[in-house]
Every structure is written in structure tokens, then in C-alpha cells.
Design a protein around this ligand. Structure first.
Ligand code: ATP
Ligand code: MG
Length: 453
């Protein structure tokens, strides 16, 4: 493998020190760059991959310790070695506690420098390989706790993977209880922001003033009662993901300010003058029809297009009935554990009822039904009596089968079987469940029809 050429940044306000260190290090085969103050250094470290930074403690703008803190806060992978005068060794030790690799005292001895740098770089390499491993693991982990193997859910997983690696803003749409928040978390955890914060805010939960304050924060004295400064959600989510739930309910006044943050990637706190720049990915969710909201002018069109770079549509549970069994069993296992009960299954008749219901409350409703059933259950298997009446008494959709008087029992059976197959789009497992027969019985019957025509 080709040996990597390491880039080293020397940060000192005295040019002669930079020159001195460069003269020692350059012949060793490193690429050397320099900065004269903390801010310039941070800028360079953010924009380029340096393996190592040699930082003098006493530099203008951000001092050495502050610069180190920024490097750690921003999760930059650069290794840090502190350079210090004899008088400030205590500070150097403090820097090591805060994540510096080691320190050198001035005047720097060339031999000590030449032996320390390779060790620091080795440490850097270790860190990098550890990070790579972490990234791989992240890709192997499941999609949060999302359950489902239906084609619809597989499409969702595929989109999660695709957007996780991008920086695009995402809108997740779908009925209540379809798993929008879980998907938002999955996108975050699969992205390279996974180590950053995931901050959620429900736009429908607050009146305008409070929502504005929550999002943008304020300076002390911005309004009566604003005694202390407060960071808003945009700041808190820096380096991570901001999940805006029910974004369709965001008041128009805030939408304008929000749009500006998306465009400029910076904002001011309420009552503040300073521009604060932020790096956040926005994931918005809504169970409202955003096209309609745009038509009604309750959602700004420009905001819609900014947000909706990728849309993830969550299918309602009734459109992926094939996942019911998986979901129900997983929930049973979880709630049995939580409630310390020995429930470990669901009776076939129960399944047939669960498969027949239309689930207007989607996965959330199913989860609640199973929780209740586990609590009520007196044996180790959930029985019909453990389900709420609205489920056991529900009719299969509104579709009816009309059979004229005089139809034979055999023909009735055939009609019912074929119509149910139609309804499940030829899903035999589900058809068998709805009809309360085994898959084998269903196959036998279908074979008979084939021969009898
Ligand atoms: N595919 C899934 N697998 C496992 N659990 C799920 C799945 N989808 C949803 N859930 C569970 O259902 C409940 C509702 O999910 P979630 O809060 O993500 O829905 P939502 O779409 O955000 O709903 P709302 O619009 O009402 O906020 C949660 O308890 C969640 O854990
Ligand atoms: Mg939600």
C-alpha cells in the first residue's frame, strides 16, 4: 500500500518558530502548512484533512486551549500536540486532559520533535481506522427499530440508505402512526452525522412566539422575561439533524425566517446581532398533504422546494398487510419482556382477525393493541378475547360478496377464496390467514379449481 503523506499544520503567531519547525519536519517527508492565529487555523482544519496540528498555547483570536476545544467539538480527526513556554506546563497538562496527544516545551528540541511526531501520527492512523470500522458497523446496523419486509418497506429502506449519505433535506410524509419519526432517526443514524445530535421539535405544539424562540433562541434582554441568553434548536442541532415534526403547521412568519436559515446556513438569535453559522440537516415530517397546503398558501412554495429535496412516503399499514405478523410478534416479544409475562405467541384465529382489520391508526394502533393484549393475556398465547371489540368485530373492508340463492356450497367456497385472493393481490399466505385455513388447504383448493376449471 502506498504510504500516506501526512499533512501537518503549525499554528504560531511567530513566523520564526514556524520556520524553525518546518526546517526540522520537512526533510522527514511531511507536508507542512501554517496558520498565525486560532481562527485561521480552525478554518484550515475544517476545510482540509490534516493528520496533526502543532499548536502554540499563546496565539491570538482563539488561544491554543480554545482551538483544541473547537477541534474536539467539531469532531475533527486531527491529532493535536501543544507547544508551550516553560511557565505554562500546567496548561499543557490540562490540554492533554482535553484530548491533546502530547506537548512540547519551547525551545523545541529537534530530536524530541522528530520522535514525537511519528508517534502522534500512528495514533492518528489508529483513530482513522477505528472511525472507518464504526462507519461500516453503522451501515450494517438495522434501520433503527423499523420492522417490515414488504416491498413497500424495502423501498423505504433503500431510500433511507440513499439519502443518509447525502446532505439533502428530507420530507417524510404519511398518515399518523406510520413510523415517520423512526425513519427520521434511521436517516440520522445511518448518516455521517450519527455522532452529532438528533433534535426533534413539533411545530404544532407551540404558539408562534414560543416556536420562534425555541428555533432561534434569544439574547439576554431580547424581550421581557428573557433574563438569560438561550440557544435555539438550530444551534443545539449543529453538526447533527433537526427533526421538524408537523412542519405543515409552521406559521407563515416563521417559515420566512426558516427559509433564510436554509439558504444562508446562518441566523441571528432573537434580539441578537451576531450571525451564527450552523451546519444542520433538516428532516421534516407531516401527515398533511403539502401540495394542498401550498395551494391554500399556508405553506410557502419556496420553502417547500428547499425542504422537499427527497420525499419519503410512508405506506399506511393496510397497504402492507404482509408485515402484520412480523410486527405483531415482535411487539408481543417486547411487551412480554417489559411486563415480565410469559406470552410468546398469537393464536391463528387472532391473526386472522388482525389481518382483516383496516388499521386506521397504523403501526401505532397495532402496537397499542398488542400491548393491551399482552397485559390481559392469561395464557402464553394471545387469544381472541384479549383483543378489543373494535378489532374482533370489524368487517373486512366494505367489500361484499353477492351470491344468488341456489349457489352450491362448493361454488360459494370457490367464490370466497378467489375474491379474497383478489383482495390480497394474490398473496396466498395472507389469504389463508384471512380465511382461517392453512396454506396447504388453500393450495389444495386452488389445485382443485385448476383441474375442474
Ligand atoms: N415499521 C415500524 N416498525 C416498528 N415500529 C414502528 C414502525 N412504524 C411505527 N412504529 C411504532 O409506531 C409508533 C408510531 O411511530 P411514529 O411516532 O414514528 O409515527 P409517526 O408517523 O411519526 O406518527 P405521527 O404522525 O402521529 O407523529 C411508535 O411507537 C413506533 O415505534
Ligand atoms: Mg410523529
Amino acid at each position: 500500500m502506498e504510504e500516506k503523506i501526512h499533512k501537518i499544520l503549525i499554528v504560531d503567531d511567530e513566523d520564526y518558530i514556524i520556520e524553525g519547525l518546518t526546517v526540522i519536519l520537512k526533510p522527514e517527508g511531511y507536508k507542512i502548512d501554517s496558520a498565525n492565529d486560532g481562527e485561521e487555523a480552525l478554518q484550515k482544519l475544517r476545510n482540509d484533512a490534516y493528520s496533526l496540528a502543532l499548536i502554540d498555547l499563546d496565539i491570538p483570536k482563539l488561544d491554543g486551549l480554545e482551538l483544541l476545544a473547537e477541534i474536539k467539538k467539531n469532531d475533527l480527526l486531527t491529532e493535536v500536540v501543544i507547544i508551550t513556554g516553560k511557565g505554562s506546563i500546567n496548561t499543557a497538562v490540562e490540554a492533554m486532559k482535553n484530548g491533546a496527544y502530547d506537548y512540547l516545551t519551547k525551545p523545541v528540541e529537534p530530536d524530541r520533535l522528530k520522535s514525537l511526531v511519528p508517534k502522534a501520527l500512528e495514533h492518528y492512523q489508529l483513530l482513522i481506522s477505528y472511525r472507518n470500522l464504526e462507519t461500516q458497523l453503522r451501515h450494517l446496523t438495522r434501520y433503527e427499530s423499523l420492522i417490515g419486509q414488504s416491498t413497500q418497506m424495502r423501498d423505504v429502506y433503500r431510500t433511507i440508505d440513499a439519502v443518509a449519505d447525502s446532505t439533502a433535506n428530507v420530507v417524510i410524509t404519511g398518515e399518523s402512526g406510520t413510523g415517520k419519526e423512526l425513519v427520521a432517526r434511521a436517516v440520522h443514524h445511518k448518516s455521517d452525522r450519527a455522532r452529532g445530535p438528533f433534535i426533534g421539535l413539533n411545530c404544532a405544539a407551540f404558539p408562534r412566539e414560543i416556536l420562534e424562540n425555541e428555533l432561534f433562541g434569544h439574547e439576554a434582554g431580547a424581550f421581557t422575561g428573557a433574563l438569560k441568553e438561550k440557544a435555539g434548536y438550530f444551534e443545539l442541532a449543529h453538526g447533527g439533524t433537526l427533526f421538524l415534526d408537523e412542519v405543515g403547521e409552521m406559521p407563515l412568519e416563521i417559515q420566512a425566517k426558516f427559509l433564510r436559515v436554509l439558504e444562508e446556513r446562518s441566523f441571528r438569535r432573537l434580539g441578537g446581532k451576531k450571525e451564527i453559522s450552523v451546519d444542520v440537516r433538516i428532516i421534516a415530517a407531516t401527515n398533511r398533504d403539502l401540495d394542498q397546503a401550498m395551494g391554500e398558501k399556508t405553506l410557502r412554495e419556496d420553502l417547500y422546494y428547499r425542504l422537499c429535496v427527497v420525499e419519503i412516503k410512508m405506506p399506511p399499514l393496510r397497504d402492507r398487510m404482509g408485515d402484520i405478523e412480523l410486527l405483531a410478534l415482535e411487539f408481543t416479544k417486547n411487551f412480554a419482556e417489559k411486563n415480565k409475562k410469559k406470552v410468546n405467541g398469537i393464536s391463528p384465529r387472532c391473526f386472522s382477525v388482525l389481518n382483516r382489520y383496516s388499521w386506521p391508526g397504523n403501526v401505532r394502533e397495532l402496537k397499542n393493541v398488542i400491548e393491551r393484549a399482552v397485559i390481559l393475556c392469561r395464557s402464553h398465547i394471545i387469544e381472541l378475547e384479549d383483543l378489543p371489540p373494535r378489532i374482533t368485530q370489524a368487517k373486512l373492508g366494505t367489500q361484499q360478496i353477492n351470491l344468488p340463492l341456489g349457489t352450491t356450497l362448493d361454488d360459494c367456497e370457490k367464490e370466497i377464496i378467489l375474491r379474497t385472493l383478489d383482495h390480497t393481490e394474490n398473496n396466498k399466505t395472507q389469504t389463508a390467514k384471512i380465511l382461517g385455513v392453512s396454506l396447504k388447504t388453500l393450495h389444495n383448493k386452488l389445485n382443485q379449481y385448476k383441474f375442474k376449471g
